[in-house]
Design a protein around this ligand. Structure first.
Ligand code: AHG
Ligand code: MN
Ligand code: MN
Length: 338
């Protein structure tokens, strides 16, 4: 069924509930509560310039990065909403050292889904009024219902995701998500607090002209990535490429999916696994990319097939339009994996 453009997110969730493999209202309720938390965070992000909420919270997270106040706020808002609604059995967050166990109704541990989140992505952009986002990823637990969750419920390869999405707090606020049946984007009408389907069946153009990479790190990149960038910049055959880098994965990805492009965050000598987190950032974006006809890899393997071994694991990330990612992989595979 082709979704109608004026459908609200609430209507869309109900209409498409039967598509879920395990066909339960629970996943719908879960996406509904993410929608709610996103509204709360959106409200806070939009007033960030007005109130004393900018700047450091004075803490560092488990990965040694400064936490911004809005990181903390968004983390709490998502955890609180998901916990209160008793629909997940566990949450792992980029901002938490360990996963959180949620007991659910009557302390029974009988909920089926775990959620992994990057509550605020692109946080260095908050102070300068540039788009930030939230990324989420949902799995069905692998341990028996009725028992507390374990690390195994979170360390699943991305190909086991049942849903994933992001919220972009941009010039408009949007939720873009997939449950494995294509990708749809919904824009918030802030006047009435309702998300409307604005981008049905989103698709990465097979070819694109945009490459997004932090070229300030160029000298530290693997040779294959350097070669790919030089290929994009070459005057031969009037190559049409242009560079765009916001420094917020959600925003760079969103633009590239609409216009056609590639996002690259490679490993460097200093960061041998790159910067981005497999579970909170790369897997959900890779699921969305593939569902939109794009591709995501670490240069050598499909992101979604990587078996995670730790919660805060990082990976090099190349993601975007199919032909561009394939070209970048070809350059990388000419060299030994570093
Ligand atoms: P986060 O704000 O969740 O820590 O993520 C920031 C990530 C990603 O969104 C962005 O693309 C990348 O870090 C930018 O890193 P550089 O500043 O090193 O380019
Ligand atoms: Mn992030
Ligand atoms: Mn973050």
């Amino acid at each position: 069924m082709t979704p109608q453009k004026n459908t609200t997110l609430g209507e869309f969730i109900i209409e498409n509930q039967s598509e879920f493999r395990y066909s339960s209202g629970e996943l719908s309720r879960l996406i509904n509560s993410i929608r709610l938390a996103a509204k709360v965070v959106n409200h806070e992000v939009n007033k960030a310039g007005l109130v004393d909420i900018l700047g450091d919270a004075g803490d560092t997270n488990v990965q040694g990065e400064d936490q911004q106040k809005l990181d903390v706020y968004a983390n709490n808002a998502f955890i609180k909403t998901l916990t209160n609604r008793e629909i997940v059995c566990g949450i792992a967050s980029e901002e938490e050292d360990d996963f959180i166990t949620i007991k659910g109704r009557n302390e029974k541990n009988d909920n089926k889904y775990v959620v992994l989140i990057d509550p605020l992505d692109g946080s260095s952009n908050i102070d300068v009024n540039v788009s930030v986002g939230t990324i989420f990823s949902i799995y069905r637990r692998v341990t028996p219902e009725g028992t507390p969750v374990t690390i195994d419920d979170f360390l699943q390869p991305g190909n086991k995701q049942v849903a994933a999405g992001y919220i972009i707090y941009g010039t408009s606020t949007m939720i873009v998500y997939t449950t494995g049946h294509g990708v749809n984007g919904f824009t918030l009408n802030p006047a009435i607090g309702t998300y409307y389907l604005s981008h049905p069946n989103m698709r990465f153009p097979e070819n694109g002209t945009i490459y997004s990479v932090n070229e300030g790190n160029y000298v530290h990149f693997p040779q294959g990535v350097k070669d790919y960038i030089k290929y994009c910049q070459s005057e031969e055959e009037d190559r049409p490429y242009t560079s765009r880098y916001i420094g917020s994965l959600v925003s760079d990805f969103h633009r590239n999916m609409i216009k056609g492009g590639i996002y690259i965050y490679p490993n460097t000598a200093k960061d041998p696994n790159g910067k981005l987190r497999l579970l909170y950032e790369c897997n959900p974006m890779a699921f969305i990319a593939e569902q939109a006809g794009g591709k995501a890899s670490n240069g050598f393997e499909r992101i979604l097939d990587i078996q995670p071994t730790e919660l805060h694991q990082r990976t090099p990330f190349i993601c975007g339009s199919l032909n561009m990612v394939q070209k970048a992989e070809a350059f990388m595979q000419k060299h030994k994996r570093s």
